[in-house]
Write a protein of this length. Structure first.
Length: 320
C-alpha cells in the first residue's frame, strides 16, 4: 500500500491452540461469508490511486458500480470532508474509515500530531467512525538517514535499530491519541506493514505495539498481505491478539513472496494468491474485525479497476 507520493514514506515513517479455538468458534456452514455476517465489502481507495487525483468522481462511481458499499480513504485527496461526503453520497457509498498519518498535519491534510478535535469534527462530517494510523513515525534519536538509492529498504534498517523502549514509546503515543479521539466519538487503531514484525528480544515490534497499547483506546487493522509477507501464520496471529482487531485489509500475495521486513511483496488479485481466505476471514471476524477493506498493491498486471472488480466478485461469492 506504500509509495512515496501517497504515504510520504520517509515523513510518515521520518499460538497454535489459540488459532484452533478461534476457528472452532467461527465455523458455520451455508451462505456467502459477507452476506451471512451482514458485513459490507469495503475497499481502501489507495487501490485506485491512479485515478484519485485525475478523476476522483470516476473512481468512486466505479467502486459503486462494482458493488462496494463502503470505502476507506487514504487522505482527503484534495477535497474538504464535506466535498468528499457529497461525492460518496452521490455514488451511494459510505466512507466508514480514514487513514491519517502520525505527523503535525496541515490545514488541508490532517495529522495525528495536530488538532485532534478538528480531526474528529472532520470525521463526523465525512461520516467516518474509524481512523487508523497507516504507519509509525521514525523515532527520534536513531541517527539514521536513507542511503542513496536505498528506497524502502531503509525501513528495515530503522526497524532493526529500534529497541523495545522505542516500540513502547510508539504504543504510548498511540494510546494517547486513541484516548483523545475516543472522547470525541472516533475509534482509533494502527495499520501494519511488514517491518513491525522485526524481532525485539522474545517479541516482535508488532507484539509490543499490541500488548503495550491501551486496549480501551487502540485497536488494530490487520493488513493481511503485509503480515503474510513477513512470514506470519495469519490465523495464529489473529488468535494471539483476538479482541484487539477492528479492521482488516484483505490483500493477497503470490507464493513467490519471500519473507522479509523491508516492504517487499509479490501482490496478487484477491483469490488468485496463496492466502486461504476461507479460514482467514472467519478468523478475522471471530477476532473482532468488522471493517473489511480490499486493498491491492502495485505492480498491477491489469487495470486497477479490473483488479478491484475481480476481488469484489471473489469475496462476494465466497462461501465459508
Amino acid at each position: 500500500m506504500f509509495d512515496l507520493s501517497r504515504r510520504s514514506f520517509v515523513q510518515g515513517l521520518c499460538a497454535a491452540s489459540a488459532a484452533s479455538t478461534l476457528l472452532s468458534a467461527c465455523s458455520t456452514t451455508g451462505g456467502t461469508f459477507f452476506a451471512r455476517k451482514s458485513t459490507p465489502i469495503g475497499i481502501q481507495l489507495y487501490t485506485l490511486s491512479d485515478m484519485l487525483a485525475a478523476n476522483l468522481e470516476g473512481a468512486i462511481a466505479a467502486v459503486s458500480r462494482i458493488g462496494y458499499e463502503t470505502v476507506e480513504t487514504p487522505s482527503y485527496m484534495g477535497k474538504t470532508p464535506a466535498q468528499l461526503r457529497e461525492i460518496f453520497s452521490r455514488n451511494n457509498v459510505k466512507c466508514s474509515s480514514a487513514h491519517v498519518a502520525m505527523r503535525p498535519g496541515t490545514d488541508v491534510e490532517p495529522g495525528l500530531r495536530g488538532d485532534l478535535s478538528k480531526l474528529a469534527e472532520d470525521m463526523h462530517t465525512l461520516g467516518a467512525s474509524h481512523i487508523y494510523c497507516p504507519a509509525m513515525a521514525i523515532p527520534d534519536g536513531l541517527g539514521l538517514s536513507p542511503n542513496a538509492g536505498e528506497g524502502f529498504a531503509f525501513i528495515a534498517r530503522v526497524a532493526a535499530a529500534m529497541t523495545e523502549d522505542h516500540w513502547k514509546r510508539i504504543a504510548a503515543e498511540l494510546s494517547e491519541v486513541g484516548r483523545k479521539l475516543k472522547a470525541s466519538g472516533i475509534t482509533f487503531g494502527y495499520h501494519n506493514h511488514n517491518f513491525e514484525f522485526v524481532k525485539v528480544g522474545d517479541r516482535t515490534g508488532y507484539d509490543i505495539l499490541v500488548q503495550e497499547s491501551d486496549p480501551a483506546a487502540v485497536s488494530f487493522e490487520l493488513d493481511v498481505g503485509w503480515a503474510a509477507a513477513a512470514g506470519n501464520d495469519i490465523v495464529e496471529l489473529l488468535g494471539r491478539h483476538a479482541g484487539r482487531y477492528t479492521g482488516m485489509h484483505v490483500k493477497d500475495i503470490k507464493a513467490s513472496t519471500v519473507s522479509n521486513i523491508a516492504l517487499k511483496m509479490d501482490p496478487a488479485d484477491i483469490g488468485s494468491g496463496k492466502l486461504d481466505w476461507k479460514t482467514i476471514l472467519p478468523a478475522g471476524y471471530a477476532a473482532g474485525v468488522r471493517n473489511f477493506f480490499l486493498e491491492q498493491e502495485p505492480p498491477f498486471d491489469k487495470p486497477r479497476v479490473e483488479s478491484a472488480e475481480i476481488g469484489y466478485k471473489y469475496l462476494n461469492a465466497l462461501v465459508v
